[in-house]
Design a protein around this ligand. Structure first.
Ligand code: FES
Ligand code: FES
Length: 177
């Protein structure tokens, strides 16, 4: 009886092919298998280490990026699904050499201990405040519910989100990021 199993190295689905992405406003070409998770491409091919590897299962939020302005988990996005979308990472938030007001608020409120969760907290907050400039406490908690902080910095993070909202209402930025 013929054995149809082929060595995994010969599987055409694993072949690296060229993908063109739009990341932080720039068009970039990468060679990788279509199913490669976007997180790996960002970190390993593009040296964008803002998004962090936490669980790799879409459950912790540390790998969050903006996809067309929406906060999404890059560990759960196949590379092929990122083509034609506008990807923004933490590195793409600063404008004219100045940090994003959400980043400034997190720094001002000392909203970190180890800092591992911060990428996800900040990217999710940026998306939240773009959609709702004045969220109430329940709205902030709901938006951040899927972002895990192992250090227990939640009080400072909530304070930073409120401060960021205030900063953005006072001095709005011109983009969706
Ligand atoms: S690493 Fe992506 S959600 Fe945890
Ligand atoms: S500050 Fe350490 S995981 Fe949140």
């Amino acid at each position: 009886m013929q054995d149809d199993r082929r060595p995994i190295a010969n599987d055409p689905r694993l072949a690296a092919i060229r993908h063109v992405l739009t990341v932080n406003g720039r068009s970039v070409a990468v060679e990788a298998a279509p199913a490669t998770r976007l997180l790996y491409v960002l970190r390993n091919d593009l040296a964008l280490n803002g998004p962090k590897y936490g669980c790799g299962l879409g459950q912790c939020g540390s790998c969050t990026v903006l996809v067309d302005g929406r906060a999404m988990r890059s560990c759960a996005i196949p590379l092929r699904a990122a083509v034609g979308r506008r990807i923004t990472t933490l590195e793409g938030l600063a404008e004219g050499g100045r940090l994003h007001p959400v980043q400034e608020a997190f720094i001002a409120e000392n909203a970190a201990q180890c800092g591992y969760c911060l990428n996800g907290m900040i990217m999710t907050t940026v998306a939240l405040l773009a959609a709702d400039p004045d969220p109430d406490e329940a709205g902030i908690r709901a938006a951040l519910r899927g972002n895990l902080c192992r250090c227990g910095t939640h009080i400072e993070i909530l304070r930073a989100v409120r401060s960021a909202a205030e900063r953005l209402r006072t001095a709005p930025r011109g983009d969706a990021a």
